[in-house]
Design a protein around this ligand. Sequence first.
Ligand code: ADP
Ligand code: UDP
Length: 236
Amino acid sequence: MEKTVQLYEGKAKKVYATEDPALVIVSYKDDATAFDGTKKGTIRGKGAVNNRMSNFLMKRLAEAGIPTHYVEELNDRETLVKKVQIVPLEVIVRNVSAGSFAKRYGVEEGIVFDEPTFEFSYKNDELHDPLLNTSHALALKLATKEEIGTIKAMALKVNQELKAFFASCGVRLIDFKLEFGRLPDGSIVLADEISPDTCRFWDAKTGEKLDKDRFRRDLGNVEEAYQEMMRRVFGE
Ligand code: ADP
Ligand code: UDP
C-alpha cells in the first residue's frame, strides 16, 4: 500500500491517505514537544522506537481481545492503520502518582494507588486539553454513554495487559494516555500510539525514568532511554 496525499501533520506523526479510503499510513517523526507545544526538540531514533513499540503492543492487545487500528508495519517509521474518526478524548490511566496528577493535587510522585485512576482530557489544542469528566463529555457530545462505557472498560483492560507485560521487562508502568476511534460501522477501536512518548516507564530496580519525562525535565540520556525501552521490549 502506497501513500497518496498527506492528510495531517501533528506534533509527532504525519498521516497519509492511501488508495484505500478505509486505510491511512502513519509516519512517526523524531520531533518532540512538551508543555503544550512550548518546548520543542528532536529525539534521534524516537520515530522508529515509537512505531515499532506501538505496533508490537497493539498486536499483543489484539490477541488479548482489544480491537485496535493496527493493520501492518510497512517499515521502521511507517504503519498502515484503519482510518478512524478519533474520539476527541485523551484517556489517561494511572497506577502511580506522577506528572500533572502530583502537581494538581499537591502530592509527591511515586504513590502507588490501590486501584488505577481514570480520567479524560478534551483533545483540543486551542483549549489546552482541559480535564473533563464523563458528564462534561456527554454534554459536549464528544461520545455517547455507551461509547464512554466501552472506552473505560477497554482502557482498564489495556492497563492490566500492559502492566503485566512491562513488569516482565523489568519496567513499572506508571501512567499512560490512550486515544480511541470509531470505525465506519460505529465500533470503537484503540488508535494512535502506545510508546515512551505516551507512557511513563520507571525501571523496576532503580526507579530510573525511561520515557519522555527525560526530555520534558532535561534529565539527559533521552535517546538512550528510548533505546533502552526498545531493548526491554524486543530484547535487542
Ligand atoms: P497531535 O495531533 O496531538 O499533534 P500526532 O502528531 O501524534 O498528534 O498526530 C497523529 C494524529 O493522528 C493525532 O491527531 C491522532 O489523533 C490521529 N490518529 C491516530 N490514529 C489514527 C487513525 N487510526 N485514524 C485517523 N487518525 C488517527
Ligand atoms: N500524555 C500524553 N499526551 C498528552 C498528555 C499526557 O501522552 O497530551 C501522557 C503522559 O506521557 C503520561 C500520562 O499521559 O504518561 C499522564 O500525563 P499527565 O497528565 O501527568 O501530564 P504531563 O505531566 O505529561 O503534562
